[in-house]
Design a protein around this ligand. Structure first.
Ligand SMILES: [Zn+2]
Length: 76
């Protein structure tokens, strides 16, 4: 798709690292599927991926983990 941020580049499929902070917890997801702008580098995630990230983050927060680094796994 055409990048809505810079309006010049086009996004291409790739993977990105996403960091989420929730209260005292920091969760770093690696290898998250994303669309990345070839001009400005902005990263976009699908609604499904965003939902899965937030759901997994909630689990980590509930466990009281302060720092968690994991490879992203889509909900099966
Ligand atoms: Zn862009």
């Amino acid at each position: 798709m055409k990048c809505p941020i810079c309006r010049h580049g086009y996004t291409r499929p790739g993977t990105a690292t996403v960091t989420l902070e929730r209260g005292a917890s920091t969760i770093i997801f690696r290898q998250v599927p994303a669309e990345i702008c070839d001009n400005c580098g902005e990263v976009f995630h699908s609604a499904e991926v965003t939902e899965a990230l937030l759901a997994q983050a909630e689990v980590v927060v509930a466990q009281g983990v302060e720092i968690d680094i994991r490879r992203f796994a889509a909900a099966a």
